[in-house]
Design a protein around this ligand. Structure first.
Ligand code: NAG
Ligand code: CU
Length: 134
């Protein structure tokens, strides 16, 4: 009887230790749940002088960016990878880049540099551009 109780307690302790281990392990490995961000903030959205909006934020692969804007005046051109740094700096949308223009575009971040510009003439030059490094 008392032996049975004892081993039950031992098993319970072992189980708790295992649970704790699994918890600690996964909190280390698995990142927080993906986040959603409104580029430029929910009020202003995707517009001129938005380029410093990403400063100080920590982005992760799989986070979603929401680009909210008036589609009569703007679009979102996304391109990726370290080779496109120059295009981003010069506000050039590379050939084959995806152009979105729904007025509310949801784009997931990928690993590496993620570049977004508005390709309407002069808009990117007026700060309608963001670079996010994940
Ligand atoms: C976009 O701008 C046009 C022209 O100013 C306006 O008529 C329209 O209502 C705007 N659309 C939205 C979704 O704000
Ligand atoms: Cu624009």
């Amino acid at each position: 009887m008392s032996q049975g109780r004892c081993s039950a307690a031992t098993m319970a302790t072992t189980f708790m230790v295992m649970c704790l281990f699994v918890l600690l392990h996964y909190s280390d490995v698995a990142e927080a749940a993906p986040k959603t961000y409104y580029v430029g903030g929910i009020t202003n959205g995707w517009t001129f002088n938005v380029q410093s909006w990403s400063r100080g934020k920590r982005f992760a692969v799989g986070d979603t960016l929401v680009f909210k804007y008036n589609r009569s005046f703007h679009n979102v051109v996304a391109f990726y990878g370290p080779r496109n740094g120059g295009n981003f700096a010069k506000c050039i949308a590379p050939r084959g880049a995806t152009v979105r223009q729904t007025g509310r575009d949801l784009i997931k971040l990928v690993k590496g540099p993620n570049y977004f510009i508005c390709s309407y003439p002069g808009h990117c030059q007026s700060g309608m551009k963001i670079a996010i490094f994940v």
